[in-house]
Design a protein around this ligand. Sequence first.
Ligand SMILES: C[S@@+](CC[C@H](N)C(=O)[O-])C[C@H]1O[C@@H](n2cnc3c(N)ncnc32)[C@H](O)[C@@H]1O
Length: 436
Amino acid sequence: MTDAQWRALQGWLRDWTGMRVADHRRDVIGASLAALARELGLASVDELLAAARAPAPAPAPAGDDIRDLLVARVTVGLTWFGRELGRLEVALARVEDRCRRAGLDDVYVWSAGCSSGEEPYTVAMALLDRGLRPRVRATDISVEALRRAGGGRYRTAGLAAAPSSWRARYFDQGPAATVEVREPVRRTVSFARHNLVTDAAPPAGWSRFDLVVCRNVLIYFEHAEVVAITRRLAAACRAGAELLVGAVEQSLLPAAATDVGPAPATTTTTTTTTTTTTTTRAAARQAPARPASVPAPASALAVGPAPAPAPAPRPGAVATPAAGAALDPVEHLRRGLAAKRGGELALAIEHLRRARFLASDRWLAPYALAVCLEGVGRPGEAVEAYRHAAALMARGVPAGLPEVEVEVEALAETISGACHARLAALRARGAAAVAP
Ligand SMILES: C[S@@+](CC[C@H](N)C(=O)[O-])C[C@H]1O[C@@H](n2cnc3c(N)ncnc32)[C@H](O)[C@@H]1O
């Protein structure tokens, strides 16, 4: 793909989907689009791009919109059964509590950005486990992902993170090493194409939801889009409903999530042993109302700062890690991220510096450190930390935090893009000149 083609493609994707596509994916995407062009009988990527850009793109042979097919090849659809199940169960427990108190068994869920369906089926199975009746709407921008989701057949290996009891309870054996979601579960989930950036939320004619799950999707968007999408998702919640974003989004996008506006909603935070879980209850002061929906005000949202996973350190002081943990880079990284979320940037900087010193070949600490340094007005040092993080990501090293390592593919792409964007912005302000 030429420079001009690549830049143009990045611009169109941003317009069509709000999505950022990082430069380091250029070769992979180029190869993927060349393959798509061949599959569609087009002579080149140029022809494919021209067809996708046409005001009314011609349908592809199978009747699909060419633009949809192109977008599907660019999106990252990594997902699996039982992903972040602990966090989901925390939200489901609250949903169950509300529904039981209201004497209702039907639970309305929207899985937005559902990819190939593992997430909405996971939600449905977890609700069935609780004796509730799932009514799950699942949407994605990728028509290819939705086709796989509708098929309901998966590789057995994709169940590794799900409770072992689910294999017998909710799946039939398929051909070779595959399993098929059983019909009673499939009936509880319906799939539809929906673009979180351009389409109404909830789509016209849909009722509002007891739970909206949008995980590992927002990381692909610009800050302004994240705020706008999060507002729309909150508006799709019933009064007192739960909005659940991914752990990675929670820990890495706190600013985007917290400056959504005034928050009449109750923000509930629950700490588990390994991850910090935050869900938002939209307009929680109101009682659940059904079947008539009570729209949560658009501003009724605050995915608030999560508490530290360890006992809160004294403000302004570097907490002494538990015995044996003083030299643990992961412990310092967790404490640094927690302090960052809580807005204690000086404390965060101390911990993140230690984390970076103790594990100098991991990229999350220098990245978070750079963000904090920018936040306290030290752009020269921020430039150095961004450069360090970007260089490590270019080498493909791990992030340095066990709970996010599985997300590394998506994370590294997003954060690397963020590093380069911040470096460009800081350079434009002359910060590079003062970098050490
Ligand atoms: C990494 S997957 C996440 C799947 C699932 N939510 C999970 O956490 O396992 C991200 C999904 O977001 C979808 N996506 C990206 N941009 C979107 C948009 N503008 N509207 C709707 N879905 C989008 C992608 O097609 C992809 O399937």
